[in-house]
Design a protein around this ligand. Structure first.
Ligand SMILES: NC(=O)c1ccc[n+]([C@@H]2O[C@H](COP(=O)([O-])OP(=O)(O)OC[C@H]3O[C@@H](n4cnc5c(N)ncnc54)[C@H](OP(=O)(O)O)[C@@H]3O)[C@@H](O)[C@H]2O)c1
Length: 304
């Protein structure tokens, strides 16, 4: 019986690449998205590539949709081993007019990036608890690091997309609190930062990001396949577990990462939206980011 991985927002971008990476690893992949036709197209593409996949609609902002998807998946395969909370939005990249952030933009951002994952986790937890290797992967960003945002020497210091950054900080917090709530289970919870990735997250990502979705998916794959007794509540990037991760935490499989010739993995300019001036956001200065190396701040709370 193959393991089952559910990935939110997996009809495009990092989610779609993660579905393919997990499928190639032998998982039965459950593609989810807001559009049934996009789900069908994605499932067909995966199956054409020899991957065991099926799909269902799942809007993370709708409790009804989450419940229906969880019921459908449970009846289809009867178990879930990996949940990837990938669906996310950054509407501030294009929003105009508000002095800080438009209330609707802030509300939508939190509904998708924080409340959605929490509700999806709640719906799938009964199956994850029954798995021998339950894994929850929350796709976040270093832009959500409170320490980076408060450190004047950090290249993230002058970035101002408050709703998105606050939402990802909250999701990092969810990772840590979940690791404590699930300490007596075999479930490992991880936050991953995929880098600055060529997707449709903002108008600039596709053209200016340095990381492909396929490369980003390897970070998700590594967290989804962490061995038993790995540290829970940690944060990982393409460089592996972040500084401060427990020695008990096994390294991610960095050997799987393939970078462009000459590209430095530890160069913050290769991280998401470091070159925020390209967002075109009115509060974003055009100062080039510092090239100091990054220090991730989410620390493991529950070494296994
Ligand atoms: N790209 C980067 O540089 C970067 C860096 C750090 C972190 N991330 C994170 O990576 C994740 C994936 O982003 P991406 O770069 O792949 O962006 P993307 O190409 O814009 O994909 C976002 C995905 O989320 C889905 N989605 C949005 N709202 C949803 C909802 N209410 N319910 C279900 N699915 C929803 C979208 O589905 P639809 O097709 O229905 O819109 C789409 O599949 C996000 O959490 C993002 O914050 C990205």
């Amino acid at each position: 019986m193959s393991k089952v991985a559910v990935i939110t927002g997996s009809t495009r971008g990092i989610g779609a690449a993660s579905a393919e990476a997990l499928g190639r690893e032998g998982f039965t992949v459950v593609v989810t998205g807001r559009s049934q036709s996009k789900v069908d197209t994605s499932v067909k593409k995966l199956r054409d590539n020899g991957i065991d996949a099926f799909g269902t609609t799942l809007d993370v902002t709708s409790q009804h949709s989450i419940s229906a998807a969880a019921n459908f998946i449970a009846h289809s395969v009867g178990h879930v081993d990996v949940l990837v909370n990938n669906a996310g939005i950054l509407p501030e990249a294009t929003a105009q007019g508000a002095s800080i952030v438009d209330p609707m933009v802030a509300s939508d951002t939190f509904a998708t990036n924080v409340v959605g994952p929490l509700n999806v986790i709640e719906a799938f937890l009964p199956w994850l608890r029954e798995s021998q290797a339950g894994r929850i992967v929350n796709v976040t960003t270093r832009m959500g690091s409170l320490a980076e945002q408060a450190d004047p020497t950090s290249p993230y210091y002058s970035m101002v997309v408050p709703a998105y950054q606050a939402s990802k900080a909250a999701l990092n917090s969810v990772t840590i609190s979940l690791s404590k709530s699930l300490a007596n289970t075999g479930i490992v919870v991880t936050s991953v930062c995929p880098g600055f990735v060529q997707t449709d997250l903002t108008p600039v990502n596709r053209d200016q990001a340095t990381t492909t979705a396929e490369q980003a998916a390897l970070v998700v794959l590594a967290a989804a396949t962490l061995p038993a007794r790995s540290a829970s509540g940690t944060s990982s990037t393409s460089m592996g577990p972040s500084a401060g991760s427990s020695p008990a935490s096994p390294p991610l499989r960095n050997s799987q990462l393939r970078w462009r010739r000459g590209q430095r993995r530890d160069d913050p300019r290769n991280d998401p939206l470091c070159r925020r001036r390209h967002l075109g956001h009115p509060r974003v200065s055009s100062d080039p980011p510092s090239t100091r190396h990054m220090v991730e701040t989410t620390k493991p709370m529950n070494a296994r």
